[in-house]
Ligand binder design. Sequence first.
Ligand code: PEP
Ligand code: MN
Length: 263
Amino acid sequence: KANRKYHPDNSLVPVGNAVLGGKKLGIIAGPCSVESHEQILEVARSVQSSGACALRGGAYKPRSSPYSFQGLEKEGIHMLQEAREKTGLPIVTEIMSTDNVEMFEMCVDVIQVGARNMQNFDLLKQLGKTSKPILLKRGMSSTIEEWLMSAEYIMAGGNENVILCERGIRTFETFTRNTLDLSAIPAVKSLSHLPVLVDPSHSTGRAWMVESMAIAAIAAGADGLLIEVHNDPPNALCDGAQSITPDQFQALMEKLKAMAALV
Ligand code: PEP
Ligand code: MN
């Protein structure tokens, strides 16, 4: 179902009132984690004024250490809903457990599957039964074929609204947090009709590299971007080093608007 051979036209996947996969770019932005009512609302308002089409923010966080901040969980979902109510921006957040599928389907606009759960097949099967678009990140050690097969799991269940997101893969290089696989963009665009986003934040791990990789991703044919923006990166509870400020995001958006129209 994800294969372009049987579906030559690009799929258009709804994100709120906008669609990804058409001629216009969709930029999803927000903090790595929801931290407070004030924080998420402040970031939501600023990314909205810069032209983002949706707000991201993690409430259930897949942290490498059990001692790191794990997210505000249900309370974080409520804060996202409140930010949506006040701004109108659709909300995108990561699901970690099959226990939360029903609650996510009810509360959020786009359900994100993180790199670490790309091959959580039980989760993928359950998401295939939901009515919400799924943002499927590439596993950090997954091939393009495996990634597309994970999309297939969701689509096989009946949910064909899948958005793919390249977020960097593990290589021998350690300068960057991951290695952004720019060549995956034209590869996946030729193999599949699904929209492809790029996450320049997790792929580099460095805020100062986000702008150049974002522009490169659009030049390579990505349908949009998923970018971490934080109001106070040095004090972020998660991923501050790769988070850009609202002002930096605004400057990047001006450059992107010169490349293509936004959804
Ligand atoms: C995220 O988007 O916050 C995240 C945890 O990303 P990934 O699953 O790509 O590591
Ligand atoms: Mn993050």
